[in-house]
Write a protein that binds this ligand. Structure first.
Ligand code: FAD
Length: 382
């Protein structure tokens, strides 16, 4: 595995950090307080700025280079991790919206999809969403009840999707369903007839990420905006993509919590020693740092395996998400313990991280589903 960060990747990291200074950094901290309209304007602005750095081009396929499952995943992850440490919420909105949508279209989209959307996605001019989960369907393709039925020049689609990130603000929603038993992706436009986006859902954490259920009631989608798959690979590729994004977001949460606890432990209240003076606090910070570093290594190892199409990539994707999402909860909990009353106060970064940390274990494939997968993979191999 090559752990060296090349000059392009270094510059990309610096350019991303360079965007989020001064006023825009202040606005990021208030993301969870913005109403949906203001959130859309702000996220689009951030997305366009990120587009200029080249970040939204990473992880995409190009017809000239030949289509791969996870092209350029290392660069995409290195840059994504930088963004997730600045704002896990912004990272998640951009990743599930622009990046995964861009990857989907660049890998499988029709010529029309590519010419209509890809350039705009790379420039950050389009916010997208991926709608997969349904009630009673832990992502099993055969269980998806969203279905398109052929009509003149297209398909009439009906179905319901749960908790779709970006749904309240998305220009395009890629809905995963089926056509005659085959997996299909339907590209829907914001505000189109038959597409009902529910009210924004209030959540425990990641409050800066807009989410809603969606309802498709006889939605017409023209045939150029539908991708139909001959096999069920799309389901497993999207699961891997989402799990990977959630691992990066969880690492961002964990590193924020650690940085906050470390800074706080060095500050002494009047007439008292700083918390760092206590051996027990130093041990705690050492354990937190070890979890951050181990998570980072696992994430880069996984990215490298994905990019190399290694046979172990899917198993490591599962191990990485379970490890990092659970480590994020542990590190955030320890951060509150180190900061004590200051960490427990509503609105502190440690408190926000503690609430955010639970998300990684639930969204995408849950820790329980992934442990089953890891066990199945182990039993199949050894
Ligand atoms: C904040 C948030 C954002 C989300 N964003 C999106 C999005 O943008 N797009 C999207 O499509 N979906 C999204 N989801 C949905 C998410 O992917 C699902 O919550 C997840 O797949 C779990 O499904 P479920 O909630 O229906 O749990 P259930 O399937 O009802 O599971 C209930 C419990 O049973 C366990 N369980 C279920 N199946 C198994 C199994 N096979 N083996 C072992 N244990 C099992 C689970 O681990 C869990 O503990 C989001 C969810 C959250 C919380």
């Amino acid at each position: 595995m090559n752990l060296e960060i090349n000059d392009f990747q270094k510059k990309l990291k610096q350019d991303i950090t360079g965007i989020f200074t001064g006023k825009i950094l202040g606005q990021l901290k208030e993301l969870s307080e913005l109403n949906t309209e203001r959130l859309k304007v702000f996220l689009k602005d951030c997305s366009k700025k990120l587009g200029k750095t080249g970040y939204l081009d990473t992880g995409l396929n190009s017809d000239e280079a030949g289509i791969k499952d996870f092209p350029d995943e290392t660069t995409s992850t290195i840059a994504g991790e930088e963004l997730a440490c600045i704002s896990p919420s912004l990272f998640l909105s951009i990743e599930t919206g622009s990046k995964i949508l861009g990857w989907l279209i660049s890998s499988f989209g029709s010529k029309k999809d590519k010419s209509d959307f890809l350039n705009q996605i790379k420039k950050g001019e389009i916010i997208g969403a991926i709608a997969l989960t349904e009630d009673c369907s832990p992502f099993m393709e055969s269980d998806l009840s969203t279905e398109g039925v052929a009509s003149k020049d297209g398909f009439i689609v009906n179905g319901k999707k749960k908790m779709v990130i970006n749904a309240p603000i998305a220009d395009i929603i890629a809905v995963i369903g089926s056509v005659k038993g085959k997996t299909a992706v339907f590209m829907l436009d914001h505000g189109q007839k038959g597409l009902k986006v529910g009210v924004r859902i209030k959540t425990l954490g990641f409050n800066g990420v807009p989410m809603a259920d969606i309802d498709l009631d006889n939605c017409f989608v023209s045939k150029e905006r539908v991708i139909i798959f001959e096999n069920n690979r799309l389901e497993s590729l999207i699961k891997i993509k989402e799990n990977h994004a959630l691992s990066i977001a969880s690492l961002g949460v964990m590193k924020r919590a650690f940085a906050e606890a470390k800074a706080s432990a060095n500050i002494a209240e009047e007439g008292r020693k700083p918390a760092m003076a206590f051996q027990e606090i130093r041990f705690k910070l050492a354990e937190m740092f070890t979890l951050c570093q181990t998570s980072l290594l696992m994430l880069f190892h996984e990215s490298w395996l994905l990019e190399s199409s290694d046979v172990e990539a899917a198993s490591l994707n599962a191990c990485t998400k379970v490890f990092i999402s659970e480590a994020a909860e542990e590190v955030s909990s320890k951060a509150i313990q180190v900061m004590s009353k200051q960490g427990f106060v509503s609105g502190s970064i440690a408190e926000e991280c503690y609430r955010d940390a639970k998300f990684g274990q639930i969204a995408g494939q849950t820790s329980e589903m992934l442990r089953m997968k890891i066990a199945d993979d182990c039993l199949a191999k050894y």
